[in-house]
Ligand binder design. Sequence first.
Ligand code: ADP
Ligand code: MG
Length: 234
Amino acid sequence: MTEKERIRTYISGLDDKMSGGIPQGHVVLLSGNPGTYKSSLSYSILYNNAIENGIKGLYISFQQSRESLIDQFRSMNMDPEDVKEKITIVDVSYLRETLDPDPDDWIEMFKRYVENIRATTDYELLVLDSLTTLEMISKVEDRRETLFHIFEWLRNFPGLTSFLLTERARTKESLREEEFLADGTIILSKERLDKVETRRYLAVDKMRSTAHETSYFTLLFDEDHFQVTRVLSD
Ligand SMILES: Nc1ncnc2c1ncn2[C@@H]1O[C@H](COP(=O)(O)OP(=O)(O)O)[C@@H](O)[C@H]1O
Ligand SMILES: [Mg+2]
């Protein structure tokens, strides 16, 4: 088997603990409660790949407006202006305006937009922020079937690596369909230690075709980039 190309996450300390990165073409879930850095971390992967390798990325938000995302990323010293030739950030209002006619099925709208834009631009990275919101506004009838089709549809784009953000906290009782379907799952979490201190964590729970650690790392954002370190036991 020839070794697939890998997409580096540029999260310091992580790539060398997962065989160099995420295999190209994977559909990866990035899941965690609100405020666990799903949006910022997925964008940081796009941003760093654009800066370091000239790789193009598409960030589609059903959740937060484009302006609000840009403000946030800029405040984290990953200014979308630096990579405007490589990274496209769009939100629902934009999708509505560009598609003619405006479909009322949001999943259809998402797919049409990605198909249209992929026909003209060679995006290699895609962030969907978030699968949970898309599903909520789409009134999905058969969840299993809908998700199955989305995952298959994403895998059919040659060379496209996707990050699907999911908002739900994971519980032992409810392993969800998307976790079976995904090629990889990265879990983000945070824990309040006391009134002052919060600690953030990242774990690579699953990554097909990859030797990786599954333990939780401490996740830090330092100046302009993310880094993971081993959890120090108290
Ligand atoms: N400039 C900043 N530097 C570091 N952390 C920040 C900065 N701005 C916001 N944050 C943190 O990022 C969190 C939001 O991250 P975000 O990626 O939007 O999370 P999620 O998408 O999981 O909800 C905020 O709750 C805040 O704790
Ligand atoms: Mg978010």
